[in-house]
Design a protein around this ligand. Structure first.
Ligand code: UGA
Length: 460
């Protein structure tokens, strides 16, 4: 049955969820406090880069509404999704101010009883607090349930329609709300997926635990890659061999590289660690996951220094090309991008010039926006002047321009544009043929035949 759904927050999760729910035939109103985002959406533009999203917005135009007004947005809603972000506080805890602000607005503007679906990643116990905040403002009845999100940026639409599971967390007395949500997702819960119906607090923990184990897999393989390197083993072969064990799984996060970034893993790992400390139940393994991820930056920097030293190039004189700035391919998101951290350490150690190419993200815009730059270099003109972006030409032309007289190319984000580089042509342009592959895309054989020296993350 068609439902009237309101989504609070049009970030990467809220917007994709809203648009996909409209694609399922529901009437969806997306509410956001950002005038700029809503203006774009009303004009049919997506405020974020997510493959397939603009087409889906256009296709479902008649079922989608966008507004900055809670009163307008909540009109007639059967289901209200909270999908606002929960950034880290300096202590590592999740900052819930946007969640509670949304809850208060919902309470103040509610005209009929409603189901509140919490999609934001929130610490255990938050759902109950949200219910209290709303009920303080209204005498309408709300059922607060948790339905954590497992979409990956860049593949979010595919993930929405092909979930591994739909987790619904609700306490006794909210059976009707659970049934409504099950009905909503029935067309996407295909033969491979399952509903996990559990209590509110467990659902909240499932989300943190899932992101944390994936992050831990990454740190495990990253640490192992250093041992592989020492003993002459190719870590990609090890991962291939591991993934066929169904207890580990073909989709396991075992690609060694620069480490995990983005708006989810770093913040969620931090929040779960903080909860463990608060509850006097420390998560030692997860604390190491975080530390290993930080160390990947130093390890990458060592490789960069070493390759240049071996080529008799002074690090401080080198022309460096950085491929990729977003935290992973197919997104414009640079939040906690490991590339930024690598750029910071390069600058801190005296790098002279870094030329940065990304198919979607512009370094000049990032510098202008400041928000996601490492703190040390924010507003630091002397350092920022060493970063060079490209505004003209297509990506291939930009690569050619950047590689001319370069000493080193670093592959930081494995965008499709960077996974089949023409090394014969690049080599002819470069002053020194050094390549550091921080995403393990290339083999030594492929590069050495063009005279390149390659360093990677634990590949032979
Ligand atoms: C992650 C989860 O995968 C989603 O299930 C979850 O819904 C989302 O967080 C969220 O909490 O909202 P996302 O951050 O979009 O999704 O990106 P991932 O594809 O999970 O990658 C995260 C980071 O790990 C990236 O920096 C990526 O480069 C890195 N990574 C991933 C590796 O270094 N190795 C791998 O094998 C996999």
């Amino acid at each position: 049955m068609t439902k009237n759904i309101t989504i609070i927050g049009t970030g990467y999760i809220g917007l994709v969820t809203g648009v996909c729910l409209a694609e399922l035939g529901n009437n969806v109103t997306c509410v956001d406090i950002s005038e700029e985002k809503i203006k774009k959406l009303k004009n049919g533009e997506s405020p974020i880069f997510e493959p397939g999203l603009p087409e889906l917005i256009a296709k479902n135009k008649s079922r989608l509404k966008f507004t900055t007004s809670y009163a307008e947005g909540l009109e007639g809603a059967d289901l209200i999704y909270i999908a606002v972000h929960t950034p880290s506080k300096p202590s590592g805890e999740a900052d819930l101010k946007y969640v509670f602000a949304a809850a208060k607005e919902i309470g103040e503007n509610l005209k009929i009883d409603a189901i509140i679906v919490n999609k934001s990643t929130v610490p255990v116990g938050t759902g109950h607090k949200v219910e209290k905040v709303i009920q303080k403002e209204t005498d309408k009845k709300v059922s607060v349930i948790s339905c954590p999100e497992f979409l990956r940026e860049g593949k979010a639409i595919y993930d929405f329609f092909h979930p591994y599971r739909i987790v619904i967390g609700a306490d006794t007395g909210h059976e009707k709300a659970v049934a409504t949500l099950k009905d909503l997702y029935k067309d996407v819960v295909n033969s491979h997926a399952e509903y996990i119906i559990t209590d509110l607090r467990s659902a909240e923990m499932i989300k943190y635990a899932s992101n944390s184990i994936l992050a831990t897999q990454i740190s495990f393989i990253n640490e192992l890659s250093h041992l592989c390197e020492k003993v002459g083993v190719d870590v990609t072969e090890v991962a291939r061999g591991m993934k066929l064990d169904e207890r580990i799984g073909k989709d396991a996060f075992l690609n060694a590289g620069l480490g995990f970034g983005g708006s989810c893993f770093p913040k969620d790992v931090r929040a779960l660690i903080a909860l463990g400390k608060q509850q006097n139940a420390r998560l030692n393994l997860l604390e190491q996951t975080e530390k290993i991820n930080e160390r990947q930056i130093e390890k990458s920097f060592s490789k960069i220094k070493k390759i240049l030293k071996e080529a008799n190039v002074n690090f401080k004189d080198a022309k460096i090309v950085m491929l990729g700035l977003s935290f992973k391919p197919n997104t414009d998101d640079t939040r906690e991008s490991q590339t930024f951290k690598l750029i910071d350490i390069l600058l801190k150690n005296g790098a002279k010039e870094i030329h940065i190419i990304d198919p979607i993200v512009s370094i000049d815009e990032e510098i202008h926006r400041e928000k996601f730059l490492p703190k040390r270099i924010r507003g630091n003109k002397k350092e920022l002047d060493k970063l060079h972006g490209f505004t003209d030409g297509n990506i291939q032309e930009q690569i050619v321009k950047a590689a001319t007289n370069a000493d080193l190319i670093i592959l930081a984000t494995e965008w499709g544009d960077f996974t089949s580089l023409d090394f014969a042509s690049l080599g002819a342009l470069m002053r020194n043929k050094c390549f550091v592959d921080l995403r393990n895309i290339y083999t030594k054989n492929a590069l050495e035949k063009h005279g390149f020296t390659l360093k990677n993350m634990g590949r032979k």
